[in-house]
Write a protein that binds this ligand. Structure first.
Ligand code: ATP
Ligand code: MG
Length: 316
């Protein structure tokens, strides 16, 4: 039987494997801890139900924070349906290796992005993995990507409470919180309850609830429409005693613009949905940093050039 190098005790092969595993685990956690220590604030975008606007929220939050002068790392932790690159118009880009890990893809001077979509040979390729592999990929993204010094890490996740979100919640020890996205519809709200319960069980702080695809006013006739109902987001926030971050109206422009790879905050700056997203960014920023929203935030010395919201993606 092999002897333990430190104590001289004999250990079984099983014990040896277990010890090696726990050493690897500790090493991984140290590695992730070192990367994460260089990022000030970390938020997680979640939902119980699919298609409610998580990725739209993650992308517009990243763009809004950058507009306010912050630097952002945007991680797409959705392994089966990675759409962050598409929503940012970063179709055929491949990340390159750097000196201290893999370099994330640069969207503009303040936003860097990582997604499994960048690693797939073709846009239409599907990732067919069982749970543990997905969690492991999230570990790799957190440990091996050279995120550098950033103000924010925004993590987009798939719907529900699967391996990806669990990995993020477990690995990032100083997560500022989870932002729940729901539509006002009862089925979405009911699923959101499960995700909020997940947050409570995993001791993940909850930053608040965003209601997306809420009521909107027809620009032509002025009639108020509520395709998915109204008030669901505010109701669930009150039920769980967490902040309601705001309601984003349903807006067909969101669909056309995101299909073209243009976040609404940049392309339709004055639309009611863009204004709602900007207010939500202010709420999140205020809650996490304790500072006022972007409109009142003093420009950072190193970022004097681009405070006007004209922070466009780099030319591709
Ligand atoms: N406020 C809105 N008004 C109209 N359409 C919207 C709005 N927000 C998002 N959408 C559209 O709804 C669709 C789903 O949005 P998105 O991909 O952000 O949802 P998701 O929760 O990330 O979905 P999944 O669960 O598949 O990851 C997209 O086509 C998006 O453009
Ligand atoms: Mg998504």
């Amino acid at each position: 039987m092999p002897k333990d190098e430190v104590t001289g005790n004999k250990s079984s092969p099983k014990e040896k494997v277990a010890r090696e595993r726990s050493e690897q685990q500790a090493q991984l956690e140290r590695h992730i801890g070192a990367r994460m220590a260089r990022i000030r604030h970390k938020v997680l975008i979640a939902s119980g139900k699919g298609g409610v606007g998580k990725t739209t929220a993650a992308v517009n939050l990243a763009v809004g924070l950058a507009e306010a002068g912050d630097t952002v790392a945007l991680l797409d932790a959705d392994m089966h349906g990675p759409t962050v690159p598409r929503m940012l118009g970063l179709g055929d880009i491949r990340p390159a290796g750097g000196e201290d890990g893999i370099n994330p893809v640069t969207y503009n001077e303040r936003i860097v992005v990582m997604s499994i979509a960048f690693l797939l040979p073709h846009d239409s390729d599907a990732v067919i993995w069982r749970g543990p592999l997905k969690g492991k990929m999230v570990d790799n993204f957190l440990a091996d990507i050279d995120w550098g010094e950033r103000d924010w890490l925004v993590v987009d996740t798939p719907p529900g409470t699967g391996d990806e979100i669990l990995s993020v919640a477990q690995r990032i020890k100083d997560l500022d919180g989870l932002i729940m996205v729901t539509t006002p519809q009862e089925t979405a709200v009911a699923s959101a309850c499960k995700s909020l319960t997940f947050a409570i069980k995993t001791k993940t702080p909850i930053l608040g609830v965003i209601e997306n695809m809420g009521p909107f006013t027809c620009p032509k006739c002025g009639y108020k429409m509520s395709p998915f109902g109204e008030g669901g987001g505010e109701r669930i926030a009150a039920e769980f005693g967490v902040p309601f971050l705001g309601s984003v109206p349903f807006d067909p422009e969101v669909v056309t613009e995101s299909d073209k790879g243009r976040p609404l905050l940049l392309s339709q700056r004055n639309s009611s949905a863009a204004v709602a997203w900007r207010n939500i960014v202010g709420e999140v920023r205020g809650l996490v940093t304790g500072r006022a929203g972007p409109d009142h935030d003093p420009p950072k010395a190193e970022n004097k050039t681009a405070m006007s919201g004209e922070l466009q993606p780099r030319s591709k």
